[in-house]
Design a protein around this ligand. Structure first.
Ligand SMILES: N[C@@H](CCC(=O)N[C@@H](CS)C(=O)NCC(=O)O)C(=O)O
Length: 208
């Protein structure tokens, strides 16, 4: 198996975490975003939208979109399932993958871009209005998660699932962006992040 991506990419990190959770090794092929390699013809042949990650299975099957890839890996690979079989838990997992994509990620990315990626790329001063907008969006999402995570340890219920995996990269970058205060305001969200962020898979993806 091959993963084409970048180690700092939020979406690539979801795929790498899933592979580690499943105990499976894949070849990592760097697509250097700093050099614009995601727009080169060789990568566009794998991912027509010119972003990362892309994935290639041993039989040559190619897939893109991080959330599709993690569902595929969980279904295909042996090891503990990251998809609950109980219908309510399954529904919650899908709901929170959707919440991450539709509400959390757009808000969190505003903060992460302005505070982490933009300075890293020499993009100049942060747009503080955009940071505030993103912060308000994250605060709203955390406020919705808070009462639920006060009653259950993971997004889908009692067990860790692909839903938790899909939130991990942005949670880590929010802390790196100096937003620990947003977690402190929502103690059950903070406890959940501590629980999932302490998993060996995530520690390896984020810190090597
Ligand atoms: N919906 C896609 C998003 C992919 C995406 O936006 N990837 C970013 C890195 S996390 C990227 O390649 N950015 C480079 C660019 O936009 O040119 C997924 O989940 O895989």
């Amino acid at each position: 198996m091959k993963v084409y991506g970048h180690p700092m990419s939020i979406c690539t990190r979801k795929v790498l975490t899933t592979l580690l959770e499943k105990g499976h090794e894949a070849q990592f092929v760097l697509v250097d975003l700093g050099k614009g390699e995601q727009k080169h013809p060789a990568h566009l042949a794998r991912h027509p939208f010119g972003v990362v990650p892309a994935f290639e299975d041993d039989d040559g099957f190619v897939l893109y979109e991080s959330r599709a890839i993690i569902r595929y890996l969980d279904r295909k690979l042996p090891g503990a399932s990251l998809t609950p079989s109980q219908p309510h838990a399954y529904g919650l997992m899908e709901q929170f993958i959707g919440v991450e994509q539709s509400y959390f990620s757009p808000a969190a990315f505003k903060v992460i871009w302005e505070r982490v990626f933009k300075p890293h790329m020499g993009g100049g001063a942060a747009d503080e209005a955009r940071v505030q907008e993103g912060r308000a969006g994250v605060d709203k999402v955390f406020g919705i998660l808070e009462p639920m995570l006060a009653k259950q340890p993971y997004l889908a219920g009692d067990s860790f699932s692909l839903a938790d995996v899909s939130w991990m990269p942005e949670l880590e970058f929010l802390v790196a962006a100096g937003e620990q205060g947003l977690f402190d305001k929502h103690p059950s969200v903070a406890a959940w992040w501590k629980r999932i962020g302490g998993r060996p898979s995530w520690k390896k993806v984020a810190h090597g």
